[in-house]
Design a protein around this ligand. Structure first.
Ligand code: G3P
Ligand code: MG
Length: 243
């Protein structure tokens, strides 16, 4: 089995992260999957962005949760990365899913619920309901840094893969290991490189695997997947290591 190459926030090394151009590029490059992050706006829209605030990647300031969808849609989410992306808007989850359907994307779609800093009451049920009512050609994987969110989403849709996210010094890793429910772990690459042993039943997809050395390491260990800002580079190294 080849290690899956999953584009982190789309092809975010070469396009503005978590935008339509980044997702199109990931599919064009042949990534096996796409990872992205979802929040809720003030009026309950499912918003695709990494940070809880719009400050770093747009020309606005403030929290997503304090803005309506129409306020968020006025912001520019491309110019921070390069002037040629001026005019790029923040996408909603529906817009990204529609794009993937239009492009007939059949890979992995890893949706990270960003509930670790702001809990966005009801986001799990909202996302689960949306996907229950939407026919999708791709394979969905939920993930979150918040164990409660992972458990809740797993309870709401046990047939969908759910992954626990964690960083190097997390205490939750032991808790996850004991849980028979969650079969996927999405740890940081630093955690993977410092833990040589893990339960074989657990599927690992570390992030953010950007260096050639880390990519080769993951391929040699035949991990389930890697989450990278540079899918094209990752695919070319994979061809060398795994054929
Ligand atoms: O889902 C993997 C990775 O995206 C987790 O960290 O902060 O980039 O969302 P972050
Ligand atoms: Mg993420």
């Amino acid at each position: 089995m080849l290690t899956q190459v999953i584009a982190h926030r789309g092809s975010s090394g070469i396009r503005p992260e978590n935008t339509i151009p980044a997702f199109i590029k990931a599919i064009e490059e042949g990534a096996d999957g796409i990872e992205t992050d979802v929040h809720l706006s003030k009026d309950g829209a499912m918003i695709i962005m990494h940070d809880e605030t719009v400050d770093r990647t747009t020309n606005g300031t403030g929290r997503i949760f304090d803005k309506t969808l129409s306020e968020l849609k006025q912001l520019d989410a491309g110019a921070y990365f390069g002037y040629e992306y001026l005019g790029t808007r923040i996408p909603t989850l529906q817009e990204v899913v529609e794009l993937l359907i239009k492009m007939d994307f059949k890979g992995e779609f890893n949706l990270e619920l960003k509930t670790d800093k702001i809990q966005y009451s009801g986001i799990e049920a909202q996302v689960a309901k949306y996907f229950k009512n939407t026919e999708i050609p791709f394979h969905l994987i939920y993930s979150s840094f918040r164990p409660k969110t992972v458990q809740l989403i797993h309870k709401l849709c046990p047939e969908t893969e759910a992954a626990s996210l964690f960083k190097l010094r997390t205490k939750s890793a032991k808790k996850f290991a004991k849980s028979k429910l969650i079969q996927d772990w999405h740890p940081s690459i630093a955690w993977v490189r410092s833990h040589r042993f893990f339960l074989p039943r657990i599927q690992l997809r570390p992030w953010t695997v950007n260096s050639e050395d880390d990519m080769r390491y993951c391929y040699k260990r035949k991990l389930k997947g890697i989450i990278t800002d540079y899918p094209e580079r990752a695919l070319s190294i994979r061809r060398e290591v795994q054929g």
